[in-house]
Design a binder for this molecule. Structure first.
Ligand code: PEP
Ligand code: MN
Length: 339
């Protein structure tokens, strides 16, 4: 249920409503708005109508059921887009955010050179995997904590916030010491214990779409993170499994349009994993911006043919520069015409 407070409701009245929600056995989440605050009360769906009794409390304007199964992620609870600030970068605001870097951190020179190159070309955030969830146990699994150290160092040198993937709930605290944003990969998008754990962390989370997930299931996964109190979730479309095999996955750009309708959370697109081929990354990056994405995640490597993972889909520095030039044209168009 959404408890809509009156614009003139006092802090005291808000606190009173919060404690009444808890007394009824529900979990309150306050969404602070420019003109009024609303409270999302989530919990057992079956008895939710007891919350209707809150309507008589001072400061309450209305108690409205949230019809969607995803409650905190839905536009019903929050009409305006969520803007997530990380250092000096805003995700979900007016700017298009570009996250770039190698699939995996491989060594110091590789990550620092990539950081400086992508920064120069206009990227905002540096990516790099330290724990890699690989299909085969016999391939490179990432440098672990050493990779985190190198990623942090490269981020500091290039003056960029950094993001890395978390694959294990036990790693969350350690990873939080080194990075600014946590990433949940496609293979863990329905690992509910991991989702709950990153929901307790105080870092934003990029939640990639599970490769066989519907949009509704994806939003329900986001809900697991939000429900733990972490409201800084960014959704990343990275392609889904279909019968098509000309590309590694099928980039579902309609998901961007659907999500912008359904949720207030920022939405970014990863054309690297979606297509699997460097030559398709730039056109799909432009298409993602045209579709209304808030940002991009792009794999970049100094020598893609020597990459330990995902080389075929990684751009070299000059291809990334060219992509950025091309993408900028679409950013200008999208930001002038998109509501
Ligand atoms: C990655 O970002 O390197 C990655 C493993 O992505 P995904 O989970 O989308 O496959
Ligand atoms: Mn990768």
């Amino acid at each position: 249920m959404v408890i809509v407070m009156k614009p003139e409701a006092t802090e005291e009245q808000l606190k009173n409503v919060l404690s009444k929600i808890e007394e009824l056995g529900y979990k309150p989440h306050v969404i602070y708005g420019a003109t009024r605050n609303v409270i999302g009360a989530v919990g057992d769906e079956r008895g939710k109508f007891v919350l209707q009794s809150l309507e008589v409390l001072d400061g309450v304007e209305a108690v409205i059921p949230i019809l969607k199964p995803y409650k905190l992620a839905s536009r019903e609870i929050k009409k305006e887009k969520t803007v997530i600030n990380v250092s000096n970068v805003s995700i979900g605001g007016n700017d298009i955010v570009v996250i770039a870097g190698p699939c995996a951190v491989e060594n110091e020179e590789q990550i620092i050179n990539t950081a400086l190159a992508v920064k120069k070309a206009g990227a905002d955030i540096l990516r790099g995997g330290a724990y890699k969830p690989r299909t085969s146990p016999y391939t490179f699994q990432g440098l672990g904590e050493e990779g985190l150290k190198l990623l942090k160092k490269a981020g500091e040198i290039a003056n960029m916030p950094v993001v890395t993937e978390v694959v294990n709930p036990e790693h969350v605290d350690l990873i939080c010491e080194y990075v600014d944003i946590l990433q949940i990969g496609t293979r863990n998008a329905q690992n509910f214990e991991l989702l709950k754990r990153v929901g307790q962390a105080n870092k934003p989370v990029i939640l990639k779409r599970g490769m066989s997930m519907t949009i509704k299931e994806w939003l329900m996964s986001a809900e697991y993170i939000l429900n733990e109190g972490n409201m800084n979730v960014i959704l990343c479309e990275r392609g889904i499994r279909t019968f098509e095999n000309a590309t590694r996955n099928t980039l579902d750009l309609s998901a961007v349009a659907v999500l912008n309708e359904e949720t207030h959370l920022p939405v970014i697109v990863d054309p690297s994993h979606a297509t699997g081929y460097a030559k398709y990354v730039s056109p799909m990056a432009c298409a993602a911006i045209a579709a209304g994405a808030d940002g991009l995640m792009i794999e970049v490597h100094p020598q893609p043919d020597k990459a330990f993972s995902d080389g075929p889909q990684s751009l070299n520095f000059s291809a990334f520069e060219k992509m950025m030039e091309r993408v900028r044209l679409f950013i200008n168009i999208a930001r002038t015409n998109y509501p």
